[in-house]
Ligand binder design. Structure first.
Ligand code: IFM
Length: 483
């Protein structure tokens, strides 16, 4: 009996201990589970708090101002006496009958052909009269490398002579020639060697630039090495809409670095020949703003694009380091910065990978231009502020709008000139304004559909007609000169 009882108690004890152990282990499990839940909740709330703080920080650091334009008197503008008034063009867009990387691309991609363009090569004297009629004091245009060196090493002196005559003619009109050495187009043979995608090709580019410089720099004081390096690299190597129509991020970055190297090489060489000339670059500063200013996705996208498009380039000039490469000769390689400003892009999760997919978002109150992107004159001031740390004078080398009916251009012109006038009043060293463009011309992948001209061009007859915005620009120049 006693043995039976003690066996019973022992069994009972074991059961109690087992239950107690189970209870302890359940409590431990739930403690561990609670701890994980706690950690998870803390991590998630920490992340949310961090993201929110980052958004708040970015909203403050990168404001996107919008003005009430109705309340601004756009006639309240003034410019310094020596401010230069200009227009800008590019060889491939106006000269006509060229054979270069672009004509090959037009053919390959079955695009509208540039063909005769504005036949400017034959009509340049009449076109220069239009500059005089507008009262301009500067004219920015580009030299077509493929005309001068159609085959590797064989030079066309007659073509150089025409450019030389153009320079003389401008000077006789008291218009400053502002020469761009590379504006998107170059010879086919150079493209076939890889163009800017191969660093070894930069020597060819340098010899072309030196040759032009040797022929014209006794009369040309202001030079732009390259037009819109970032547009050239992204349109040609990421979106594939410009020649050579490639789509590779690796190549895009390579081309961006080589454009910087090419610019720096040319800058150093030309400056060593004539230290007194002023050499710059025409940089398109496009702003990238998040579509939704509270979105944790739209913000990093916009910051990344801004860095690739603008920041990396400016860092290259300031420090001689660009996109993980050292380009020491690029450091301080500007006597002025040419600023091309058109718009801001609103960026979101959906990023187009080709221009066919490009749907330009705009704020509800913003006016869409014919190109689709919004008119955002407020951004012009931001673009000026962006280039100011380069600490060199700012020349506005391009600004304008596609507008066949000329219904938007007058307002566009007035708003952008008002921005410049205000910036100058506040101390920014802006020395010129070049409107894009003197006349309608070949708008690259868009063909002749986008009309940027102060003069309308009838491409059947080559007749040029001054648009009302051209008259407005003329009277603004006139008033500014007579103040
Ligand atoms: O036509 C172009 C020009 O060649 C480079 N900057 C922008 C202009 C308008 O799109």
């Amino acid at each position: 009996m006693i043995a039976y009882k003690s066996a019973f108690f022992a069994a009972n004890n074991r059961e109690l201990i087992r239950k107690a152990k189970k209870r302890t282990s359940n409590t431990e499990d739930s403690l561990v589970n609670n701890m994980w839940a706690y950690l998870l909740i803390s991590a998630v709330s920490g992340l949310i708090a961090f993201k929110l703080a980052l958004i708040l920080y970015r909203r403050r650091k990168y404001p996107e101002p919008h003005f009430d334009w109705e309340s601004i008197d756009l006639d309240e503008i003034s410019f310094p006496e020596n401010f230069l008034w200009g227009t800008a063009t590019a060889a491939h867009q106006i000269e006509g009958n060229l054979t270069n990387n672009w004509t090959v691309h037009e053919e390959n991609k079955n695009l509208e052909k540039s063909g005769e363009a504005c036949n400017h090569w034959n009509l340049w004297k009449d076109d220069f009269q239009m500059l005089t009629d507008l009262g301009l004091t500067s004219y920015r245009f580009s030299i077509e490398w493929s005309r001068l060196e159609p085959e590797e090493g064989s030079w066309n002196n007659e073509a150089m002579d025409i450019y030389s005559q153009m320079i003389d003619d401008l000077i006789s009109r008291r218009i400053r020639p502002t020469v761009t050495l590379h504006h998107f187009s170059h010879p086919v043979w150079w493209e076939e060697k890889g163009g800017f995608a191969d660093e070894n090709n930069l020597d060819h580019f340098l010899s072309y630039c030196e040759r032009v410089f040797d022929a014209l720099s006794d009369r040309v004081d202001v030079w732009c090495t390259i037009n819109e390096p970032t547009v050239f690299s992204t349109m040609g190597y990421t979106l594939g809409q410009f020649p050579p129509g490639k789509r590779s991020i690796r190549l895009t970055l390579k081309v961006m670095r080589n454009l910087m190297r090419g610019h720096a090489m040319v800058y150093r060489s030309l400056k060593s020949k004539r230290p007194e000339v002023r050499i710059g670059i025409a940089k398109n500063v496009t702003l990238f703003d998040p579509l939704n200013r509270w979105s944790p996705i739209d913000w990093p996208v916009s910051r990344l694009l801004d860095w690739l498009w603008n920041g990396a380039w400016r860092k290259g000039i300031i420090t001689g380091k660009m996109l993980f490469s050292k380009i020491p000769q690029a450091k301080d390689s500007l006597d002025f910065v040419g600023l091309n400003y058109y718009t801001h892009f609103l960026t979101g999760l959906f990023m187009p990978t080709s221009t066919d997919e490009l749907e330009f978002a705009k704020r509800p109150h913003e006016i869409a231009t014919e190109f689709g992107y919004p008119m955002y004159a407020e951004g012009f001031r931001r673009a000026i502020e962006f280039v100011a740390p380069l600490n060199v004078p700012i020349e506005i080398t391009e600004n304008g709008v596609a507008d066949a009916q000329d219904s938007l251009r007058p307002e566009h012109l007035k708003r952008h000139l008002w921005i410049i006038s205000e910036a100058i009043k506040e101390g920014y060293n802006i020395t010129s304004y070049h409107h894009w463009s003197l006349m309608d011309n070949f708008e690259w992948a868009e063909g002749y559909s986008m009309r940027f001209g102060l003069h309308e061009v009838d491409f059947n007859t080559q007749k040029r007609t001054l648009r009302p915005s051209g008259e407005l620009y003329r009277s603004i120049i006139h008033n500014s000169k007579s103040k």
